[in-house]
Design a binder for this molecule. Sequence first.
Ligand code: HEM
Length: 341
Amino acid sequence: MVNFLRVSSRKKVAVNIGTMAFAVSLNTLSNTFYSKNMTSYEYDDIREFQKVVEVALEVQGQFNVTDLFPVLKWFDLQKVWRRAKVAFVWLEEKIEGCVNERIKCRDLGMKRFGDVLDLMLDYSHDNEVEFSHEHINTLLVDVLVAGTNTITSTTTWIMSELLLNPHMFTRVREEVSEIVGEDGKLEEDKTFNLPYLHAVIKETMRLQAGSPLLAPHITQTEVKIKNYVIPRNTQLLVNAWAMSRDERYWDKPTVFMPERFLNNKVDYKEQNFEFLPFGSGRRKCPGMPLAERMLSLIVAAFVYYFDWELPYTREELDMSHIYGPALLKATPLIATPIPFK
Ligand code: HEM
C-alpha cells in the first residue's frame, strides 16, 4: 500500500482512503486464510470487489416488507433477494475458485501452505458431514464481508477525525515515530505500544459506531429483564450507538476526545456495556484481535509516511453519516498523499 501511495503522490493523484483500507483488509484476510492476495491496489480492481461487499451488507440491513408479511416472500417486491443473490453468488464463485485451486494442489501432493484453509480442509476431510466444503465457502464469504467493510468504514472515520484535528494527527505521528526503528520500517509487532493511537481508534469507534445496532440477535428462551418479559424467538437489536453517546456514562458525549480513553479503564475487551463496538458475549465479533492490528497498522502507516492534502478546506470536510447496518460516512474521504518519510 505504501508503495502504491508513493507512486500516487509522485503523480499528484488523490486517493480514496477507504478504498485503500478495503484493499489492505481484503488482502490481509485472504493471506491469513488462504495465502493469496485477492486484489491489487488499482482502483477499478478494488472497487469491483468493494461494490459487491457493499451490496451484500446493504441487503442484510435493508427494511424488507416480507419480514412482516412472510406470505409476500415469493414476490420479492423490493428486489432484496435478487440483489442479495447476485452479490453472494459473485462472492461465492470467487471463494470457491480459491478453495478448488487448493484442493487440486493437495490432490497433486504439492507443498502445504499451513494456513487456515489447510486446517479447515483437514478438519473437513475427517468430519465431512458436519463441516463440508460448502461450509468452508460460506464461512470464508462471511469473514470477507464482515471483515472488510468494517475496517474500511472505521479507517475512513479515524482519518477524517485526524485530518480535522491536526494536533491529534501530529501527536499520533510523534508516537509512531518513536516506535519505528532506524530502518524506518513500520511493522505490526511495533504497533502494540501506541496508547494515543489506540485511544483515537477507540474514540472513533465510540462516536462513529461501525455497527450501530450490532447484529440482530434472537432469544432462545423467554428472558426477563427488569420489568420486561421478552418471549422466546424474538429478534432483538442492541442500540450500541445510543449507549456510546449516553451522557450518563460519557462526559461531553458528542465531542471527539481521544484523551478520555487514556485515563479510563473502559475497553471493548471487557464487559463495559456503555461501549460495545464489537458486541459482547458468545456472538461478539471473532475478528476483534485482527481488526485491532489492522486498524493500528493501516492508520500508523497513513500518518507516519504521508501528509495528506484535502481537495477543500479542513472546515469543509463533510462528517455526515448514512444510517444503515453500518454507520458509513456520507461522502468518501479523498486526499492526496505527500511523502513525509
Ligand atoms: C473495526 C472492525 C470491526 C468491527 C467494528 C466489527 C464489529 C462487529 C460486530 C458489532 C459484530 C456483531 C456482534 C454482535 O452482534 O454481538 C460482528 C460480528 C462478526 N465479525 Fe466483526 N467487526 C470488525 C472487524 C471484523 C473482522 C476483521 C473480521 C474477520 C476476521 C470480523 C468478523 C466477524 C464475524 C465472522 C462476525 C459474525 C459473528 C457471529 O455471527 O457469531 N469482524 N463484528
